[in-house]
Design a protein. Sequence first.
Length: 122
Amino acid sequence: MKLSVRRFKTTAIVIMLGLGAMTTHVVAQPSEQVIKVTAKKFDYTPNVIKLKKGVPVVLEFTTEDVLMGFNAPDLGVRADIVPGKVTRVRVVPNKAGTFTFFCDVFCGSGHEDMTGAIVVDE
């Protein structure tokens, strides 16, 4: 019996450590700019985000409506935006250009118009 209880405790600890790794919390470094982005049916504010190539920023997302998504596939950025919570994503753009982002979680009629752009300058 002791062996199975010990095994259970060890397994529980390993699972908890694994879950902790999946829910990392991004904290902006003192030199990093934080850009607050609000998602609501069917809009991002701001819907144009200007960044500099190679300069890290933290995008801080909030919503009060429903579950939303943020996807900028050309920059490799994806996040769920949960009502009442803050979602932080660190971005370090490695190329200049204009990159579309959009909501990739269906949020109702008008969802397809929920887009914006990240403009990255040299």
